[in-house]
Write a protein that binds this ligand. Structure first.
Ligand code: GLN
Length: 485
């Protein structure tokens, strides 16, 4: 078997037994990148040389019989909005196309401590604004299951690289679904942790009250392993939580007996593709068969979540984008006579159209005349949405829904921004409420495209969604299928 096909836990076992070396594994993944990257376009930067050096370090540890961590020697792709020391971090934007961070994000520091190996920086929608990775200023990443289709977004490169075996796992960021939706489009497991569970230090902000970093992996076991490495308090991030961190691998039990799984009223009705609905219905039946109890729940304010999300996300984005002024770092326009002109030209030339749209929308909803009508109202409704979840979690352990209303769509199909925004309908409620949520493969449609199931958990209850996801995975084989490339 080609080593690039391995999961983290499979590779770790072989490394520990000295049946393979970290160098062989890294070389295999690099060879795979050479084979398929032309088709997939998952990476903005590939760090082959550094990766091989790091692999040698791991091999020395193994040779000296030093115990190695679960992630040692494992090649990973990292979304290009997570800062990596001495390695370009572009946010797929012309604004940061030459930005080389002088520091590592906390998640990268932690993964390096475990000797995980950075293989490259993954393409994304510019500044993480989008659901298809078509908004990248550099390239359009293709879905490995059908290269005429999008991989989802905004962490499209992170998902496509893992689905195409160009990385064993990856990191993405999720502000409104950007880990879960691409994971679902690419047949992978994607976890958005509880807000504050994983440090955001070194994550280039889109909307700070919503952003989180999380893993995209080939299976649920790998997801727990990566979460173990990155979760936990970081004093460099004021929103980071001191809540104790679990060992997430203890949640990997094939058992949902007595689990109460909530299905929100109305979630499986309108706007949902028939084939997606079918797969979700089947998943519900399987959970029942495995001993879980399905409970009808109500999330009465969820229907406003999308509108609330786009108001809050744009408001915060307009403020996050204010720092790109051509003065401190990033792109600077060449021809200007006045300071004003420098700002204008830099921002006009450096940002793509989706970023500009959101800056304008954001500035509008927080402008003095409209603040009360839009932004303040959105904040109030956000509280109502959160309260719905608090009530729901009094009755259930996890909440089940589709991850996305459709499977992967064709490139160029959603030119209307509103149509694109609608693809986030099932993912944004968890961000608005700070709740952890996982997407895992639950079927294929008649076009052979993967379908994702979303499980939302209560705050800091990653373990329950991991256990429910693991149980589903143990009783199905959707995660084993690979795209033919
Ligand atoms: N698709 C959503 C948006 O465009 C989510 C983005 C994200 O999670 N980064 O805002």
């Amino acid at each position: 078997m080609e080593l690039y096909k391995l999961t983290i836990h499979e590779a770790n076992e072989l490394l520990r037994k000295k049946e393979i070396s970290a160098k062989q594994l890294t070389e295999s993944v690099l060879k795979r990148i050479e084979q398929v990257e032309d088709k997939i376009d998952a990476f903005n930067t590939i760090t082959a040389e550094k990766a091989l050096e790091e692999a040698e370090v791991v091999d020395k540890l193994i040779a000296q019989n030093e115990g190695i961590s679960s992630l040692a020697g494992i090649p990973m792709a990292v979304k290009d909005n997570i800062c990596t020391l001495d390695v370009k971090t572009t946010c797929s934007s012309n604004m940061l196309k030459d930005f080389i961070p002088p520091y590592d994000a906390t998640v990268i520091e932690r993964l390096k401590r475990e000797n995980a190996i950075l293989i490259g920086k993954a393409n994304m929608d510019e500044f993480a604004m989008g659901s298809s990775t078509e908004n990248s200023a550099f390239k359009k990443t293709k879905n490995p299951w059908d290269i005429e289709r999008v991989p989802g977004g905004s962490s499209g490169g992170s998902a496509a690289s893992v689905a195409a075996d160009q990385a064993i796992f990856s990191l993405g960021s999720d502000t409104g679904g950007s880990i879960r939706q691409p994971a679902s489009f690419c047949g992978l497991v994607g976890l958005k942790p509880t807000y504050g569970r994983v440090s955001r230090y070194g994550l280039i902000a889109l909307a700070s009250s919503l952003d989180v970093i999380g893993p995209i992996t080939k299976d649920v076991t790998d997801c727990a392993l990566v979460l173990n490495a990155v979760a936990g308090l970081d004093t460099k991030d004021v929103t980071s939580s001191s809540n104790p961190v679990d060992d997430y691998t203890t949640a990997l039990k094939d058992n949902v007996k007595g689990f109460k799984i909530g299905v929100p009223e109305g979630f499986l009705d309108n706007n949902l593709d028939d084939e997606v609905k079918n797969s979700i219905d089947k998943a519900i039946k399987l959970y029942e068969k495995l001993g879980a109890e399905i409970v009808d729940i109500k999330l009465p304010h969820a229907e406003y979540a999308l509108a609330v999300y786009y108001i809050i996300a744009c408001a915060e984005a307009s403020s996050s984008m204010a720092r790109y002024d051509g003065i401190r770092y990033g792109y600077r326009a060449e021809d200007y006579k006045t300071l004003e002109e420098l700002y204008k030209k830099t921002r006009s030339e450096g940002f793509g159209s989706e970023v500009k749209r959101r800056i304008m929308l954001g500035n509008f909803v927080i402008s003095a005349d409209y603040y009360d009508d839009y932004y303040l109202k959105a904040l109030k409704v956000r509280t109502l949405i959160k309260e719905d979840f608090v009530k729901a979690f009094e009755k259930v352990d996890v909440i089940l829904s589709p991850t996305s209303p459709t499977s992967a769509f064709k490139m160029g199909e959603k030119r209307d921004p509103m149509a694109m925004y609608l693809s986030d309908i099932y993912t944004v409620p968890a961000n608005l409420s700070g709740l952890p949520a996982i997407s895992l493969p639950c079927g294929f449609d008649s076009k052979g495209l993967p379908i994702g199931l979303q499980l939302i958990g209560d705050l800091f209850d990653e373990k329950k969604i991991l256990q429910a996801a693991y149980t589903f995975e143990q009783n199905t084989d959707y995660h084993i299928k690979k795209p033919i490339l």
